[in-house]
Design a protein around this ligand. Sequence first.
Ligand SMILES: C[S@@+](CC[C@H](N)C(=O)[O-])C[C@H]1O[C@@H](n2cnc3c(N)ncnc32)[C@H](O)[C@@H]1O
Length: 297
Amino acid sequence: MTTSSNQNSGDNQYVLGAENAAEMARIMDQDKLTNESMGGLFPERRDHLEHIHSILDVACGPGGWVHEVARAYPHIDISGVDISAIMVEYANAHARVSRLANAHFQVMNALVSLNFPDNAFDLINSRFLLGFMSPPAWPKLVQQCMRKLRPGGTLRMTESEGFGIINTPAMGRLNELSLRAMFKAGRSYIPEGRSYGITAMLERYLREAGIVDIRTQGYGFNYSAGAPLHESWCANFTTALQLLRPFMTQMTQVVSATEYDDLVQQAQIEMLSDEFIGISYGLTVWGTKPAAYVPTS
Ligand SMILES: C[S@@+](CC[C@H](N)C(=O)[O-])C[C@H]1O[C@@H](n2cnc3c(N)ncnc32)[C@H](O)[C@@H]1O
């Protein structure tokens, strides 16, 4: 249950800070909100995962999704890997106290390698990796996943498009700044766009790696006034914005730290208005590794 290794833990590209307790707490909240907004752990599936016995979750954070899968499907052995030592330590401790003997966590840098035997997993999952991935890194990671999946196994990836559609000035401005910062940092795809573009790319990455029977399912993360998860999503996004301050001010160089703080404060006030509209979009893309797969490298 408690395998842990520091292997590959070197270089950290995560814009929100991997060894940060506030970010760990934020991810724990986000995990619950995301599961609720998406309608479950595997909302796209109608089966009970009877034929799935081993799962890998790439960049699992403090392990919320892994713990829930381990609890709901005791016949599945599930591993989570993350670059963050504090998150992996928490994930292992939680698995131990919750007696989830089928959940394991290791420190691992997914940008370097997935250090498992080839053909080891029936399903590989990832969610919200944009904060450390870049366009050249995606095909490499998908290739790695292909190797680690057994033939017939499922690769399943979920990403979102940031803060989405917003009707207020400060939150709108922060969204623009985040899009600009991510593009400048070489993390996203659309220079002048209103989105990162990652959800449009996932299907291509899977197809180019040789995945077949690709399907997609979209989700709305509604944080508008009056939406059931309005308050919780707004608190989560505000925390994310606070943690993003060093990255945003450094990458955009158009707002000072003080101006940035004022914008975040103004955005918080806007979110309290009955008229506030905010909805972010996510996409899950999944498909199958064919039996006849031949690795390309
Ligand atoms: C937004 S969180 C998503 C966590 C989890 N997948 C979820 O949906 O709840 C992104 C995670 O990526 C991790 N991360 C950042 N760089 C990484 C890397 N190179 N290899 C593995 N994990 C990494 C961070 O520590 C963080 O836990």
